[in-house]
Design a protein. Structure first.
Ligand code: PDD
Length: 285
């Protein structure tokens, strides 16, 4: 069951036809967020809304409603879906206008859908997922959660065609992130992940994991991770996002990583992060 909101109201899917000259359609001119509700409780909603504001400001997009109203619509949408885990996708486009590149005189448009979220069993997680590395051919402002995801789509498709789960981007010899998630490596007792620079999305899940690693007092190196180190040396790795939370990687370009022991630091962080992100009111800014 999916719930839809378009412009100013909840709609049946059949009514939500999008005008052809809509900026999101024509240019990918907009931004989005995806937030998860777990047993009715949003995970990091404040952080998602704050990132929405950051993305909007970065592309000079006016929000169609005050943030408090957007929050209320997101919460209302989630409550309309009867499922233990609900994902709410919401995007804001620069609106409907005749197709000219420069900003039009148009009202920005909120479009949203909410539906049951996909969850993974611990067994699936224990087995992990395999990844390949691919060149990061995206623009230099990947900290903006923009609707332009064509390189991400192509990277994921390359992974599917290679018979693996996901693609990890490499730019100038360094790992940035994966097609729809952030990437962590683990080596000689230390966690590694790319710093939150313009070239990656500063994932909300990533922030929860960093909080968990710090809280557990484990070493974390938030510096650029070379592709060579990631491809050839890390003993463990995982990818992180709102929809997967934390997903161990079992192979990189065919190099099999040792399976994770229950008492390994990666499992400990995985479990602690899940508790933290579900705890009430934790802010990871
Ligand atoms: N993707 N990096 C990219 C490129 C992403 O698209 C995402 C999330 C992340 C992780 O961010 P977060 O932890 O805040 O979800 C990192 C969402 C889930 C998507 O597009 O479906």
């Amino acid at each position: 069951m999916t719930v839809y909101f378009y412009r100013d109201r909840f709609v049946e899917s059949g009514q939500s036809a999008v005008p052809i000259e809509e900026r999101a359609y024509n240019y990918g001119d907009g931004i989005y967020e995806l937030v998860r509700f777990d047993q009715g409780r949003p995970v990091g909603l404040d952080e998602h809304l704050e990132r929405l504001e950051t993305s909007a400001a970065a592309v000079r997009l006016r929000l169609p409603f005050p943030l408090a109203k957007i929050r209320a619509i997101v919460v209302e949408a989630a409550s309309r879906v009867e499922a233990p885990v609900v994902d709410v996708y919401f995007q804001i486009s620069r609106g409907e206008a005749p197709r000219v590149h420069a900003f039009p005189e148009a009202e920005p448009v909120l479009a949203l859908f909410a539906k049951p979220g996909k969850t993974y069993t611990d067994e699936f997680r224990r087995a992990g997922v395999s990844v390949i590395t691919v060149p990061d051919e995206r623009w230099s402002n990947c900290y903006i959660k923009s609707l332009n995801l064509l390189p991400n789509v192509l990277a994921k498709q390359a992974a599917v065609e290679a018979g693996v789960y996901d693609a990890v981007f490499v730019r100038d010899g360094f790992v940035t992130e994966a097609s729809a998630s952030n990437v962590f490596g683990f080596h000689a007792g230390t966690f590694h992940t790319a710093p939150a620079e313009r070239g990656i999305l500063n994932g909300i899940t990533r922030r929860f994991i960093i909080a968990a690693i710090r809280e557990l007092g484990l070493p974390l190196c938030e510096e650029r991770m070379s592709a060579k180190f990631f491809e050839q040396e890390v003993e463990g790795a995982f990818i992180t996002s709102t929809t997967m939370d934390i997903m161990p990687v079992c192979a990189i370009n065919g190099r099999v990583l040792p399976s994770l022991a229950e008492n390994s630091p990666v499992w400990t962080v995985l479990n602690r992060m899940r508790e933290l992100s579900r705890g009430a009111g934790l802010s990871v800014g």
